[in-house]
Design a protein around this ligand. Sequence first.
Ligand code: ATP
Length: 366
Amino acid sequence: MASITLENLAHSYHPNPGGDDDFALKAVNYTWEDGRAYALLGPSGCGKTTLLNIISGLLTPTHGRVLFADEDVTASSTAARNIAQVFQFPVVYDTMTVEQNLAFPLRNRRMEASYVAERVGRIAEMIGLQADLKKKARGLTSDLKQKISLGRGMVRDDVNAILFDEPLTVIDPHMKWELRTQLKSLHREFNHTMIYVTHDQTEALTFAEKVVVMHEGRVVQIGTPKELFETPAHSFVGYFIGSPGMNFVPVSVAGNKARLGDETIKLTHDYGNPNGDLKLGIRPEFISLTKGVGLPVRINRVQDVGRHKFINAALFDTEINIAVEEGFEIETDMTNVILDPDKVSIFCDDWRIDAQSAGKIDGGAT
Ligand code: ATP
């Protein structure tokens, strides 16, 4: 196993790239720590596969270097990088049994028979393939075939890293949860460095210790699920994480006050006089619907989603979502909202202003 360092890495598919717009992957510097579980999360076309292919050696970057531990592998082939990969669709040998498929990467490296048996048994147990070990892969469902691919990706204990490219796409929704949980326990047990590419926030947040969020070719934040939820570094992270995502309301800011229409919102920090496109960000979970105190809103509609209700309302000219408990009774005179002051963020030109570097002020309320 090894740490993986991306040093001034960038990639363009243009033969003669000019500005940033020509780069599918914009400059990134980062070290993926040895033995940790990461997710690479973002919508289609944001550059996830480009970055994964550079790490696996399928693509040579336009700029920068990839290091495995201290070794520069930028020019090394995929085989020389000693990694395991699991793709979106199952890659199995149909004529082999499940057991032979799982053992293949080990037998290929002439590992001892007793070690192969022990390792295959352990992996089969952890991903629930024991009952199928003697079956031929041909004729198995695509769920089971993808389980074999996952098992084969995990069976070697001497790989530098395991890369997963949207591995649960073909899996039945019911089994997705089970496999995610099993992958997590496999990580805890074997401590491989894992990078899991997905556009699905639930998969990313449940699997990974750290999530790398990409947007339009740029890594916009690397953080724990909690950090992404509570302190999104970029408005895209606020919007993409959470369902529904963070609310953004255009404001003007001076010191510890945000102005919204003719209302003033007291902030818990002094932001000085920031210049640019300013927005106040707050998640639906941190807004309370009230009577008579707070900012005026007009309720548009209510959506019941089981454990919660989401209230869609107009706050001046902006639509916001408010989350309330399932049993919450919405009364006709509830026409105001209070924003939890500790959960308010201010964004300037889409980037969150670090409240720690702004001075903390006692109190702060709406
Ligand atoms: P998806 O989830 O759809 O696979 P992604 O996040 O993995 O998307 P990439 O496949 O890395 O994104 O694509 C990033 C950008 O690079 C996109 O604009 C895409 O059109 C472009 N791109 C990808 N591969 C090539 C290529 N071989 N030649 C030219 N442009 C490419």
